[in-house]
Write a protein that binds this ligand. Structure first.
Ligand code: ZN
Length: 147
């Protein structure tokens, strides 16, 4: 039995497919300050996230991975949204994404394209797919903060 597919508006469906077909910032950084990995065993998704963090700023970011379209497009959107942004802003976007996906909170303007993932919140089994790259990011932010 395959996981149910979320229902998206046409506009959001196109945006998600676009990130899946043409992932942004896909690859590895030559000299990352942080390299983290995560898996979602429920779906078989894998994400590796490379971060180059200097002076509280995400100077560069890249991901590789495999898995379903939700997991991969969420990672692509993450990198696009956070490249060049401060660690503080990344933490804020991260909590907004979690609130949207876990609690069903309507997405705020700071989520950008990520609001297209709102439909996933109605399908708990797919929330793990969408959150995978964000959980990996959390590990990165923690270690950047010296935790
Ligand atoms: Zn998945």
């Amino acid at each position: 039995m395959t996981a149910p597919e979320p229902q998206f508006d046409d506009f959001y469906r196109e945006l998600i497919l676009d990130h899946f077909r043409r992932p942004r910032n896909r690859g590895e950084l030559a000299d990352p300050t942080h390299r983290l990995e995560g898996v979602n065993p429920v779906c078989g998704d894998e994400i590796q996230l490379d971060l180059l963090i200097k002076a509280g700023q995400i100077d560069d970011i890249a991901f590789t991975g495999s898995g379903c379209s939700i997991s991969q497009c969420s990672a692509s959107m993450l990198t696009e949204r956070l490249k060049g942004r401060s660690v503080a802003e990344a933490a804020k976007v991260l909590s907004g994404v979690r609130a949207m996906l876990i609690e069903g909170t309507p997405p705020g303007p700071d989520l950008g394209d990520l609001e297209s993932l709102e439909g996933v919140a109605r399908l708990p089994v797919r929330v793990k797919c969408a959150l995978l790259s964000w959980n990996v990011l959390q590990d990165g932010l923690n270690s950047a903060a010296g935790a």
